[in-house]
Design a protein around this ligand. Structure first.
Ligand code: NAD
Length: 499
């Protein structure tokens, strides 16, 4: 950070913004073919925000055609690896230099604190593009073992046109998780951001174009899921859909692939991640991990630690520590306030859904210890305070359903086997954690926990070198790491016979 950020400073950045809400297709902005738009309501204050193009199947057709033409021409895929790398690194740099603007766009759409948008979302987006840019001139093909009169090349080739459909909770980061490896592998992309969070995607595409991505390599079509995401996933000329979103829509995406051209599908879906605390754990560290793991981004995190499975003997002490950390460290404030640690929920409808899930949980017998209520309503925005429920069993709705709000369900256990059974008793398998000082148990438990990522004595630590994704109904396919590139490629054998 180079300056002393204040609320006034961010208000000035906001008033200087010009919001671009059109599609970005073939290197240019385009209105929807129907001329229709829709208004995004700002979660921070409930006021009208950007006007966005309301995409439709014809807009998707145009974007897919541009992507296909760019791919077939080889204007990107056949470029020298070093040149492609330079362009992607320049793109990452442009994201950094336009960081404040991108952070504000993300905050306007999503309602998260602008300082978090700047220091987490923008940073990780740029780092993601850079990571895959740097890989471009380091990927080798193979020569397979054959007899002396043959040479068999095993080439890793791009798939063609990738449809990326992304959610609203970490828009820029998840866009980078898809765009980085897909474009580095030589594909063209049509990105359909969530209708709640299109602004950063549009700007990312424009910055990519400015960095040197040829027209048609990255296209963005904004609009509703049914009207744009569905035709993209059903499109006969799209080779793969890389999807992040709910399990419900993920299942539809698989169906669309089957109904159309058997395109490939990679799914990053929902979660209900367990964080298991044994009585021998460092309870201060566990309390902090639970609070940040569950409440960061107002609980709108796919791998949020929403199920605390705690040994009965330390439940009361741990809950008291979680309350203390939440009250002292996790400041819920207006998103332009630099002191805010968490901000608004994504929209009024979602806030009402979270509140009704809380009410249903209480009817089933969950006992509220603190929080989990609407606050800052005078702002006109959609804020719910972090809250904890106890007296829970794992069959209660607050323990089973993905709430996507700042709500923690605490479930007590007595023995290790019971903790493991409760932790794995979920349709999801995205992430989980175990807190204990017994390293044998930590090893045993982390191996037995059925989740794509398991943390020991910490939560939500990661970097680009580690794959991220789920088991069970949390999906399949992995984002991040060098392995993510494989999803966007396939092997092609070229066999040459001599003599
Ligand atoms: P969502 O499933 O409602 O929407 C995701 C995307 O799908 C959006 O772009 C939406 O417009 C589009 N969509 C909706 N209906 C569609 C349809 N019929 N056909 C094609 N596209 C359609 O999810 P959301 O509410 O935006 O995001 C929250 C969900 O995302 C949560 O379940 C969360 O766990 C999940 N998520 C998962 C990860 C992960 O990495 N596993 C990361 C972030 C979010």
């Amino acid at each position: 950070m180079t300056r002393d950020y204040t609320r006034d400073y961010w208000e000035t950045v906001l008033s200087g913004l010009e919001l671009e809400g059109r599609h970005f297709i073939d290197g240019a902005y385009r209105a929807s073919s129907s001329g229709e738009t829709f208004t995004r309501i700002r979660p921070m204050d409930g006021k009208p925000g950007a006007q966005l193009a309301r995409g439709n199947a014809a807009d998707i057709d145009a974007a897919v055609a541009a992507a296909r033409a760019a791919f077939e021409s080889g204007v990107w895929r056949k470029k020298e690896p070093l040149e492609k790398k330079r362009i992607m690194l320049k793109w990452a740099e442009l994201i950094r230099t336009h960081g404040e603007e991108l952070a504000m766009l993300e905050t306007l759409d999503v309602g998260k604190p602008v300082m978090a948008s700047l220091t987490v979302d923008v940073r990780l987006c740029a780092d993601g593009i850079q990571f895959y840019g740097e890989m471009i001139d380091k990927i080798y093909d193979e020569i397979a073992p054959t007899g002396p009169n043959a040479r068999a090349l095993v080439r890793k080739v791009p798939l063609g046109v990738i449809g990326a459909i992304t959610p609203w909770n970490y828009p820029m980061i998840i866009d980078a998780w898809k765009l980085g490896p897909a474009i580095a592998a030589g594909n063209s992309v049509v990105l359909k951001p969530a209708e709640q969070s299109s602004l950063s995607a549009i700007r990312l595409a424009e910055l990519g174009f400015e960095a040197g991505l040829p027209a048609g390599v990255l296209n963005v079509v904004t609009g509703y899921g049914e009207e744009t995401g569905k035709p993209l996933a059903l499109h006969m000329d799209v080779d793969m859909i890389a999807f992040t979103g709910s399990t419900e829509v993920g299942k539809l995406i698989m169906g669309y692939a089957a109904q159309s051209n058997v395109k490939r599908v990679a799914l990053e879906l929902g979660g209900k991640s367990p964080l298991v605390v044994f009585e021998d754990a460092d309870l201060d560290a566990a309390a902090s991990a639970v609070a940040w793991g569950c409440f960061y981004n107002s609980g709108e995190t796919c791998h949020a630690s929403t199920r605390l499975i705690v040994q009965r003997s330390v439940q009361e002490t741990l809950i008291a520590k979680i309350e203390a950390v939440t009250r002292s460290d996790i400041a819920l404030k207006h998103p332009l306030d630099p002191a805010a640690q968490i901000g608004a929920l994504i929209e009024e409808e979602h806030m009402n859904k979270v509140l009704s899930m809380i009410a249903a949980g209480e009817k089933e017998g969950a006992r509220r210890v603190f929080g989990a209520e609407r606050v800052l309503s005078e702002t006109g925005g959609y804020y719910v305070s972090p809250g904890v429920f106890v007296d829970m069993t794992n069959d209660m709705s607050l323990a089973r359903q993905e709430i996507f709000g700042p709500v923690l369900a605490a479930i007590p256990f007595d023995a290790e086997e019971e903790a493991l059974r409760i932790a794995n008793d979920t349709i999801y398998g995205l992430a989980g954690a175990v807190f204990t000082r017994d390293m044998d148990r930590a090893h045993r438990f982390s191996e037995a926990l059925h989740a794509g990522t398991v943390w020991i004595n910490t939560y939500d630590m990661s970097n680009f070198a580690t794959p991220f994704g789920g088991f069970k109904q949390s999906g399949f396919g992995r984002d991040r790491s060098v392995h993510a590139i494989d999803k966007y490629c396939d092997y092609k054998t070229i066999w040459q016979q001599f003599g």
